[in-house]
Design a protein around this ligand. Structure first.
Ligand code: C5P
Length: 245
């Protein structure tokens, strides 16, 4: 029997719950979402990696970043897989290659294209499976999983985000400056927020969490506590707004 997309369940069976975590570049989404997923035994979706994979493949194949039909076809045909925290493109481990600042900037350029976003929608929704999913990105709560049980919108000052990203990149042996990173992050935020299609914005029913002065462990604990409160109440949406721990 064809059961259709992963979001379709037998009548009477609740779709697997989703925790949607959105926010700007380097706001800690990845670390926090992975911590929450590990604590709950849920699956984890890093939706940004899909845009990064499209950007990497397009740049390798010298596809113009203005050629929307070709980029959408490329997004449609990506042969990707994830295993043990690594990301594979056509069987090749590209985990480091997709994290460079160059690919970050290119990813936010392909992400403005509606046909690329549409091509990636089904792939993202296919990650939803029991016992649940923690999905992070820019439009998890607004577009991809509007029925998410809990929606979190992470913020942090651009300076705090640049300094976190700086530490990560320096640890990996990259030579960059904080000033350069701050400029890149601001450019990416502006492009992600200004685009017409699925822009970065706070879902109306999201809990806003400012992590500027928070450790990742504290942020994970906060999200888990919000989720437990909602689950205990049998609720299906965010209830509080503008939380600052
Ligand atoms: O989250 P990350 O920084 O890896 O995402 C890379 C880029 O992919 C973002 O700057 C954004 O333009 C795009 N993106 C998006 N929608 C998502 C996730 C990422 O447009 N859900």
């Amino acid at each position: 029997m064809n059961r259709g997309p992963a979001t379709t369940f037998e009548p009477g069976v609740e779709a697997a719950p989703v925790i949607a975590i959105d926010g700007p570049a380097a706001s800690g989404k990845g670390t926090i979402a992975q911590g929450v997923a590990a604590a709950l035994g849920y699956r984890y979706l890093d939706s940004g990696s899909l845009y990064r994979l499209v950007a990497l493949q397009a740049s390798r194949q010298k596809v113009s970043f203005d050629d929307e039909p070709r980029l959408a076809a490329l997004a449609d045909g990506l042969e990707l897989s994830f295993a043990d925290g690594r990301t594979f493109l056509s069987g090749q481990d590209v985990s480091e290659a997709i994290r460079t600042e160059e690919v970050s900037a290119l990813a936010s350029k392909v992400a403005v294209l509606p046909r690329v976003r549409t091509a990636l929608l089904t792939r993202q929704r296919a990650f939803r499976a029991p016992p649940g999913l923690v999905a992070e990105g820019r439009d998890m709560g607004t577009v991809v999983f509007p029925d998410a049980r809990l929606k979190i919108y992470l913020t942090a000052s651009a300076e705090a985000r640049a300094s976190r990203r700086y530490k990560q990149l320096i640890d990996k042996g990259n030579s960059i400056t904080i000033q350069g990173l701050l400029r890149d992050i601001r450019e990416r935020d502006a492009r992600d927020s200004a685009r017409a299609e699925a822009p970065l914005k706070t879902a109306a029913d999201a809990v806003v969490l400012d992590t500027t002065d928070m450790t990742a462990d504290a942020a994970v604990a906060y999200v888990l506590q919000q989720y437990q409160t909602l689950s205990a109440a049998g609720s299906t949406g965010g209830r509080e707004r503008s939380k600052k721990a």
